[in-house]
Design a protein around this ligand. Structure first.
Ligand SMILES: [Ca+2]
Ligand SMILES: [Ca+2]
Length: 558
């Protein structure tokens, strides 16, 4: 096959189905596999060599006297459809052919025996591939792995199985699983975590769904201070789990970032809370940014917010770095009007202070038609070369007008927006208590903390981009079909079809090649390129690491 490798040049449609799905890697404590006829168990991997450096494996044995269908069976809750190949990482004590059934009741009557496409070797890990294309439509509703079908048997035959995967790629695995390099499951949205999705050319480049039970410190910093945020706020921000945690929102069961404000004496302050940023970890210029948030009842005195600031903050200071407040709640006007649960705003701060102590800023206040404090609501900002536009619940109300917008084309003056809103921004999530925004400066007036504490829940945060030249992105890229090419100017990747070798134009400390589902297909160190012979046509993401930087480059293999 003659391959050409193209830099990401156009947007491709997202695959309707994941390119592969991991059925089991046996690392979990529960065994979902049943012994058939002879013996099976899940055990420590005694052979951490070659392709399998992981900890646990499935063991299946057939002994003399046991049936030739001895092995282990797994029944998925719902059939897997759309896959043509089943991969089993296998280590066995003989070269007899393993046997597979993938359907309990094959529509043509009875189950079908499948033998591997792979030549079996003994005493080493190999990726054994089965062609299951006959079941791509009807689905895989049963996986029965048999040690062999030989007969009779004179000595024990056994096999270790691991990393059982359904795929549309027949190429056997060449990189090890486990040992720290096990492919990470890319973050994938659960039901209700779709947000506005990949619309209008926007592709997901980063997301945190907060479903893993712990905060991902590759994404987030937790601020610790009691300085009042420059607004005479009352809280002390801590990094304790009492204030910042990842857990379950009790009413919906959603995995969330939980920011909790608590009334307590702490470090000279009368209450505590949490504030997180992605500063120096995830920052980007232009894109679509959104978060699904369940606010607490803010009245009176809580001030939760989802916002952005320029990553140049530590160098140029505020407001020169610019600030974009996507949503804030708890303003004094809402308190005065009795509309605290519906009154919110988007706001912008930029420029610098003049001699009169003024600087440019603007806010758009808005009263929603329904409470924003009784469930999750989606806040989406579109930020491009011409404007910043903010939308409420655009997933449910796609035709609604923006609640806030700012023109950022004018760069004619020292205070013009166009000079401040085209630089990389990071994301902030926090919940202040009191201060100038709610105009409450005494903890006794913070009725929202009368019961002692109140929490803000964030179901997910996402950044989408279109891959246009004006965009930048720094951070741990989301490994999905939606990754975009970034920083291409720093790394030249060009095709050499004659030898199937992609050159980077320089040596990088480490490169990981990921397929569309985030599976690692190749890893190399101190490499100036990658051999891509044998790669299936398709889209790949190269993560290049060096000098403390991580760059992502998209490849299309044709
Ligand atoms: Ca394993
Ligand atoms: Ca979530």
């Amino acid at each position: 096959m003659n391959k050409t490798l193209l830099l990401w040049a156009c947007l491709l449609g997202a695959a309707a189905l994941p390119a592969q799905v991991l059925v089991d890697d046996f690392e979990a404590s529960t065994n979902t596999w049943a012994t058939e006829s002879c013996y099976s168990d899940i055990r420590e991997n005694e052979y951490k060599t070659g392709l399998n450096l992981s900890d646990k494996v499935l063991y299946a044995q057939r002994s003399p006297g046991c049936n030739n269908w001895s092995g282990a069976i797994f029944r998925p809750a719902t059939p897997y459809t759309g896959y043509n190949y089943l991969h089993v990482l296998m280590y066995r004590n003989n070269t007899a052919q393993p046997n597979l059934k993938v359907s309990d009741e094959h529509p043509t009557g009875g189950t079908l025996d499948l033998t591997p496409m792979t030549t079996i070797r003994a005493n080493e890990w190999q990726d054994v591939v089965f062609d299951i294309s006959a079941f791509a439509t009807a689905g895989v509703d049963f996986i029965m792995l048999m040690v062999d079908r030989t007969e009779p048997l004179e000595a024990d035959a056994w096999m270790l199985c691991d990393h059982i995967e359904l795929s549309n790629d027949p190429a056997p695995r060449t990189t090890p699983v486990g040992g720290g390099d096990e492919p990470q499951t890319p973050p994938t949205p659960s039901e209700g975590e779709e947000g506005t999705g990949e619309t209008d050319g926007y592709r997901l480049v980063w997301a945190d769904y907060f479903n893993e039970g712990t905060l991902d410190r590759d994404n987030w910093n937790i601020e610790v201070n009691g300085d009042g945020g420059g607004n005479d706020e009352l809280q002390y921000y801590t990094d304790r789990t009492e204030n910042v945690s990842v857990g379950i929102e009790p009413a919906t069961g959603k995995g969330c970032l939980i920011i909790t404000a608590r009334r307590e004496d702490y470090q000279g302050r009368t209450c505590t809370s949490g504030r997180l940023t992605t500063q120096d970890k995830v920052y980007f210029t232009h894109g679509k940014v959104e978060a699904s948030i369940k606010f607490p009842h803010t009245a009176n005195g809580l001030w939760p917010a989802f916002w952005m600031m320029g990553n140049s903050y530590s160098e140029v200071g505020w407001p020169r770095c610019s600030e974009t407040d996507i949503v804030e709640m708890g303003h004094v006007t809402g308190i005065q009007n009795g509309t605290q649960d519906r009154y919110f705003n988007g706001a912008y701060h930029w420029g610098f202070y003049n001699d009169q102590g003024q600087y440019p800023n603007t806010a758009n206040h808005y009263t929603a038609g329904y409470s924003l404090q009784d469930g999750f609501h989606l806040f989406t900002v579109y930020w491009d070369e011409s404007s910043i536009r903010m939308y409420l619940d655009q997933d449910r109300y796609p035709d609604a007008q923006p609640y806030s917008q700012l023109d950022i084309t004018d760069a004619s003056g020292e205070w013009s927006t166009g000079n401040y809103f085209h630089q990389p921004n990071f994301i902030l999530l926090n919940m202040a208590v009191g201060g100038r925004f709610p105009q409450i400066f005494n903890i006794d007036q913070v009725t929202a903390l009368a019961s002692g504490q109140a929490s803000m829940y964030v179901d997910f945060v996402k950044v989408y981009q279109r891959g246009t030249a004006d965009e930048t992105f720094q951070g741990p890229a989301t490994s999905s079909a939606a990754d975009l090419l970034h920083d291409a100017a720093q790394v030249s990747v060009y095709p050499n079809p004659a030898v199937d070798y992609v050159r980077f134009g320089r040596t990088v400390q480490r490169v990981e090649a990921l397929n569309m589902q985030g599976g690692v297909v190749a890893v190399a160190s101190e490499a100036d390129g990658l051999d891509v012979s044998g790669w299936m046509p398709g889209m790949y993401l190269l993560r290049l690491t060096g000098d403390g930087q991580r760059e992502c480059v998209k490849l299309v293999v044709k």
